[in-house]
Write a protein that binds this ligand. Sequence first.
Ligand SMILES: NC(=O)C1=CN([C@@H]2O[C@H](COP(=O)(O)OP(=O)(O)OC[C@H]3O[C@@H](n4cnc5c(N)ncnc54)[C@H](OP(=O)(O)O)[C@@H]3O)[C@@H](O)[C@H]2O)C=CC1
Ligand SMILES: CC(=O)N[C@@H](CCC(=O)OP(=O)(O)O)C(=O)O
Length: 341
Amino acid sequence: MIDVAIVGATGYTALELARMILNHPQARLTLATSRQEDRPRLDTVHPSLARRTTLSCEPYDPDRVAELAQVAFLGLPHTASLEAVPDLRRRGVRVIDLSADYRLKCAETYHDWYGHVHTDPAGLAEAVYGLPELFRERIPTANLIANPGCYTSTAILALAPLVAEDKIDRRSIIIDAKSGVSGAGRTPKLTTHFPECNESLAAYNVGRHRHTPEIDQILSEVGCSRRNEPVEVIFTPHLVPMDRGILATIYAQPLASESEADLMDLYRSFYRHCPCVRVTSGLPATKDSAHTNWFDVTVRIVRGRIVVLAALDNLIKGAAGVAIQNFNLMHHLPETTGIPL
Ligand SMILES: NC(=O)C1=CN([C@@H]2O[C@H](COP(=O)(O)OP(=O)(O)OC[C@H]3O[C@@H](n4cnc5c(N)ncnc54)[C@H](OP(=O)(O)O)[C@@H]3O)[C@@H](O)[C@H]2O)C=CC1
Ligand SMILES: CC(=O)N[C@@H](CCC(=O)OP(=O)(O)O)C(=O)O
């Protein structure tokens, strides 16, 4: 058995992690941490875990994590992970960080988009971007996984076949994405307060959402074997009054005339070894992948332009599920062990 800790165990992604770890045949949840001083039981914080665990949350202490766990999942907000990761790495704990702190390879870009100085350049250099569909071979030896963001996973997986095969103009990409409210986490905020977001659909952070450089970075890397021209996307996120799920509708200009059938074949071939990707003939809907680790994608040609439609569950394939995929690969286990499909 592999002993694991969840740091930041009272949040939404932590609940999904706990569910999967408690079902996992090779993992044992030995520690859950929270800043809450009354050390709440995990099944009090997350009542759906009743009769599944007797753990209580403890204050975060890196020595305690190293004593009890070989792997730590961090369900912390960005900047909080940046403080925890170096201490855990020094103690030999392998880390799967769900925050954005180790995703951008360039510390200046992190500063520009997150407004915070990156204080761990060594960790940044070491971190492996944990998207198994694209970087599977890098994950088994990684000691620090930068788990992707939820919008970013959706957009990157939706576009990777087209960029890798150099099918589209890299500056023509427009990503219109919509997320359920759990994407903003459990920590209360005005924008996710029920009367603020219910019965309403709104865009936010237009032109300045911090997932933009992450999408650009990874897609530029995916396409670099064909051409060195960087990918530059227009990404517009929207908040939708539903609990969970992301739907992205993506538009791009093809470099040559393409047929829908050929593009569908390209997607099927590109993802043929990926157990969590479904290339669907119908249009994806968030309900079809809710509570699962599926990434659903399809492609259309409309008036000569390419339209890709993709959906996933932001808390599972967009966060905790891909984290368990990474955990499995780090331990040479079948990629989908313990994961809902
Ligand atoms: N929600 C989503 O769909 C996705 C989230 N992510 C990322 O995963 C991480 C966790 O997200 P999520 O579970 O939604 O967030 P939540 O807000 O639900 O949970 C975060 C947890 O971290 C703890 N926490 C909050 N602030 C601090 C702090 N300053 N220092 C230490 N601990 C803190 C809190 O626990 P306590 O108060 O008990 O200490 C809280 O329960 C974030 O970085 C998020 O951006 C990534 C992909 C998708
Ligand atoms: C609806 C909503 O608010 N979503 C979050 C994205 C969640 C996510 O993936 O965030 P990380 O990059 O921090 O992991 C946002 O727009 O910031």
